[in-house]
Write a protein that binds this ligand. Structure first.
Ligand code: CAO
Length: 439
């Protein structure tokens, strides 16, 4: 026969008013003895409070954000074959918070469990990650247990919780990311790559710090950028296009475009020129097959553009650029950039790109080395145009010309250096003579 018992916060050492950071139970849940009920976190340690009995949760008496001390009522449990109706408590499991030293176990401080050892059983996820000894991620014991069961390496997971704490959701998202990585390690390029673990430095020893969780977009784009950087051997080809006439033309057309509700930007002309260059050099409009044995040539011309948003970088894609006129492209650029900044982009509006343009011209800089948006094989970086003296061989004088810096990064597995230079030369010629954009 079951008996309702009160489960209270046990003796948690010298701690008082400790934050409840996770509640793992709800009314109706069945728990076994030692299942974690809640997780507490002080500024020194996080600890799981396990159930002292097996049974069914009748009522939960606390919520995330509450502050509790020894004796605070956690829940009413209909205990299986309970021998007593006296309030009961269990021994908490403790973990130190990252970067905070936990004093040696004492009467007041429950014992710190031994560091987690890597699993001896091969695991498809764990097998691919490196163990980083010495690094102590900030996660509650229950999250550690969850990660251990799934073979997730907490040292590789960024925490989105307060003070960078790794949550169960962070672990789940990381596992999903690992499972959706390209199957072919050869194509993904990660096989055998041994990276020295980043030292875990306590920066507070040098001065005041603040921890901020990375926004979701930054986490996703960061992982992709890292993969692309280590997968594709990048070469960046620099060039400069004389856009004096193009800029005059753009300005002369601005009023007319404005009447149609369009801001005619330099980026729209760059898109058109890039589509034309992709048609002239089909190897640039391609992707490597995942096993690296074939080049997949695309007969469509979808071009993405890097868009800076308050949450991070996104790359909306304009479809069939080759068939569109510059005004249509400019209109779509305006619409997609606005949607990106308002977080209204649909997934399909960021898919299907063949090539990407990253324009930092509105901000500044003379050149940069953009990272390829794999599985695309090239990306064009555009920096700020400037008026420069250009030697006019015919008139034998210097002429003031508006020069646009171009930085083309390409995947050297697919594109040879000579083609890289030909591609940027093609772009330079297209942009230097606006009439060619019509062809
Ligand atoms: N040289 C000089 N000025 C330039 C320029 C260039 N290459 N490109 C744009 N400008 C000027 C424009 O003339 C405009 O000036 P006005 O406001 O006086 O008209 C201003 O910069 C803003 O330009 P724009 O409205 O035409 O916008 P854009 O086409 O430059 O950029 C977008 C649009 C979405 C690309 C941009 O907002 C953006 O997000 N850029 C950042 C991309 C990024 O983060 N890339 C890095 C990714 S890592 O590889």
């Amino acid at each position: 026969m079951s008996q309702t018992i009160e489960v209270q916060v046990p003796d948690i050492g010298n701690f008082d008013s400790v934050d409840v950071i996770e509640v793992h139970i709800k009314a109706g849940d069945t728990v076994s003895q030692d299942d974690s009920l809640i997780t507490l976190e002080s500024d020194k340690a996080s600890m799981d409070i396990p159930s002292p009995v097996s049974g069914t949760i009748k009522e939960v008496k606390i919520k995330v954000g509450d502050k509790v001390s020894q004796g605070t009522l956690i829940a009413l449990v209909d205990a299986e074959a309970a021998k007593t109706s006296e309030p009961v408590a269990a021994t908490p499991q403790v973990n130190k918070v990252a970067n905070v030293e936990v004093p040696p176990p004492s009467r007041d401080m429950p014992e710190v469990p031994k560091p987690i050892q890597p699993q001896s059983t091969p695991n498809p996820v764990a097998a691919r990650v490196e163990f980083a000894p010495g690094k102590n991620p900030h996660a509650s014991p229950s999250v550690r247990k969850f990660a251990r069961e799934l073979g997730a390496d907490l040292t590789r997971i960024a925490g989105s919780g307060p003070k960078g704490r790794i949550t169960k959701e962070d672990v789940t998202a990381w596992i999903k990311g690992e499972l959706t990585r390209p199957r072919s390690e050869a194509a993904a390029g990660g096989a055998g790559l041994s990276v020295l673990a980043m030292p875990d430095i306590d920066f507070t020893q040098f001065g005041e710090i603040e921890r901020q969780a990375l926004p979701r977009i930054k986490k996703i784009s960061g992982a992709n950028l890292h993969r692309n950087w280590v997968t594709a051997p990048h070469v960046t080809q620099f060039d400069a296009a004389d856009i004096t006439d193009l800029e005059d033309f753009r300005k002369s057309m601005q009023d007319e475009a404005g009447k149609r509700g369009v801001k005619l930007t330099m980026l729209a002309f760059l898109m058109k020129a890039a589509a034309n260059a992709l048609r002239a050099y089909p190897n640039f409009n391609a992707s490597l097959s995942t096993d690296g044995s074939e080049l997949i040539l695309k007969k469509y011309f979808n071009i993405g553009f890097a868009c800076d948003t308050p949450d991070g970088l996104v790359v909306p894609v304009i479809r069939d650029v080759i068939q569109k006129d510059v005004l249509d492209i400019a209109r779509e650029l305006g619409e997609l950039s606005a949607k990106a900044r308002e977080r209204k982009l649909k997934v399909e509006e960021m898919q299907g790109g063949c090539f990407t343009i990253s324009s930092l011209g509105g901000i500044g800089g003379t050149a940069f080395t953009p990272i390829i948006n794999c599985p695309e094989v090239a990306i064009l970086g555009v920096s700020r145009s400037s008026m420069e003296p250009v030697w006019n061989a015919k008139g034998k004088t210097f002429e003031p010309r508006l020069m646009l810096p171009l930085s083309l990064s390409y995947d050297h597995r697919v594109i040879d250096g000579a083609d890289g230079a030909r591609f940027t030369s093609h772009l330079r010629v297209m942009l230097s003579d606006v009439r060619r954009l019509l062809l």
